[in-house]
Design a protein around this ligand. Structure first.
Ligand SMILES: Nc1nc2c(ncn2[C@@H]2O[C@H](COP(=O)(O)OP(=O)(O)OP(=O)(O)O)[C@@H](O)[C@H]2O)c(=O)[nH]1
Ligand SMILES: [Mg+2]
Length: 476
């Protein structure tokens, strides 16, 4: 293809994007959640529902476009960004539909997909203006490792502020057997001296071991830089070989005068380089352009992990949500500075609890995300909270105990596949105090996916309600 025709194709692609966006026929949906929250399962489940609409049984009755028989069809389309991978729906489906069904693996890299939803507009403005009987809404969704999200708050902090914030978490760090080695190495470091690459690498490794232990073994959530948990192609790169220092404000001021090759200055420089070269491109290219957002939160695993861990998850989420732009959108803003005008907090994996506990889960989620809700609402964004399951792995039932009906769930336990019927326990509707965890704690079970047939849409909980909230107004 000649240079001219390539350029022409690129320009016409960009023009098409612009037309979709200005026509209000394009939505970028942010699927936000910490690692393990259920983003990949959610995207897979959603795509599975959408690609199977039009089957004899309407699995999405509360989504009005299907309820009113206005949906013509949904297809996956070529994604807009050529430089990133396509969301691997096929592999996720193969795992879910295999002889022993398995969940998709934890995500290692960024990927994207676009869906085209073809529908009949209601006999309203759009139908009159365009004089068409069909219209198409394009929906773009990005999947990425939850660890990358942890870095967004760093963009608002200088190196000094970041060090101070990290060391305010010392009580949490001290729960790890790896903390002491890191603290000792810092105590021996002369921050005015010429930086030695190997010493920096060695201390960064100790800090990385500390973070990995805190997240993977102790069950905490907030760990920065997030790429230390999942370095990928940044493994061994100087831009990731930095760590926070335990210094007072006066000491920071003093070391800021040190010569440019000193340990302090090199650490400061690497921190800034990480923000500019690693976080900013990710944020600018994928995270600054959303119109709608779903925040998936796995409260049940966090409850299992403990009081400090649960609070740490809430803190991480509220910090991360400060990086998003909320507010009423207009066609002008949609083109030049998009804002999220609908935000949904979704408690994921609600199939892990019995039906009578679902409303408590919603209340619990609302209570922990209260600061973010206030922030988004203040800026004019609609906020809703619900409990969902993207791919239902259990059945609900009722058994009699001492003559009384008790709500239970049945499914295959994740760790050994054993068929299990149980009452998973009560969900608190607000964060309990620490003594509750000391006395009894929580023991919610994880379940393996159910066996589904390839020509059948998965069962789910409230994906139709979610679609109505996030896309309903764009399909009128
Ligand atoms: N029962 C049930 N389990 C779910 C559901 N969604 C997710 N899970 C479980 O949660 C685990 C994590 O889900 P993922 O979709 O991989 O989470 P993620 O947010 O993509 O995590 P990262 O890729 O690590 O960022 C899965 O392996 C399942 O065990 C659901 O709807 N029901
Ligand atoms: Mg994932």
């Amino acid at each position: 293809m000649s240079f001219l025709s390539r350029s022409f194709n690129r320009v016409s692609q960009q023009t098409k994007e612009l037309i979709h966006r200005s026509n209000d026929h394009h939505i970028r949906l942010a699927v936000t959640g910490l690692s393990g929250a259920g983003k990949t399962a959610f995207i897979t489940g959603l795509v599975n529902q959408l690609l199977n609409t039009g089957d004899s049984v309407n699995q999405l009755p509360l989504w009005q476009v299907t309820h009113h028989n206005r949906l013509i069809g949904i297809k996956r389309q070529m994604q807009p960004d050529m430089s990133i991978a396509s969301f691997d729906y096929q592999t996720a489906m193969q795992l879910l539909l295999s002889e022993t069904p398995r969940w998709p693996s934890s995500t290692r890299n960024i990927s994207e997909l676009r869906l085209a939803i073809k529908y009949k507009p209601e006999q309203g403005l759009l139908a009159k203006l365009t004089d068409t009987t069909t219209a198409t809404l394009y929906v773009d969704i990005v999947d990425y490792p939850g660890e990358w999200l942890l870095d967004l708050p760093m963009l608002q902090l200088t190196y000094q502020q970041w060090c101070e914030q990290q060391f305010s978490r010392q009580i949490i760090w001290q729960t790890s057997p790896y903390y002491q080695a890191y603290a000792d190495a810092l105590a021996e470091l002369d921050l005015n001296a010429d930086a030695d690459e190997q010493v920096l690498d060695a201390i960064a490794k100790l800090y990385q071991q500390l973070l990995q232990d805190l997240v993977l073994k102790q069950g905490f959530y907030y760990a920065q830089p997030g790429r230390m948990l999942l370095p990928g192609d940044l493994e061994g790169a100087p831009v990731l070989a930095f760590f926070p220092l335990a210094l007072s404000n006066e000491q920071h001021q003093q070391y800021q005068q040190a010569h440019k090759n000193s340990y302090y200055q090199i650490l400061n420089k690497r921190y800034n380089a990480y923000c500019e070269q690693v976080i900013t491109p990710f944020y600018r290219d994928y995270f600054a352009k959303f119109d709608r957002q779903v925040v998936l939160v796995d409260c049940l695993t966090a409850l299992n992990r403990g009081h400090q861990q649960f609070n740490d998850m809430s803190f991480a989420l509220n910090q991360i949500l400060q990086s998003f732009q909320f507010g009423q959108s207009s066609w002008f803003k949609r083109l030049f500075s998009p804002r999220i005008d609908r935000l949904l907090f979704a408690a994921s994996k609600v199939d892990h609890v019995s039906r009578d506990q679902q409303s408590s889960l919603v209340k619990l989620l609302s209570s922990i995300l209260q600061p973010s809700r206030k922030h988004a609402r203040f800026d004019g964004c609609h906020v809703e909270t619900m409990a969902i399951s993207a791919i239902k792995a259990t059945e609900h039932g009722i058994v009699k105990q001492d003559g009384q009906p008790v709500e239970v769930i049945t499914g295959a336990r994740l760790n050994d596949g054993a068929a299990t019927t149980l009452f998973p326990g009560q969900v608190p509707d607000e964060v309990p105090n620490a003594s509750f965890w000391h006395q009894q704690g929580f023991h919610f079970q994880a379940f393996a996916p159910k066996k589904y047939e390839s020509n059948q849409a998965f069962e789910h909980i409230r994906l139709d309600h979610l679609l109505q909230y996030l896309l309903g107004d764009k399909l009128l």
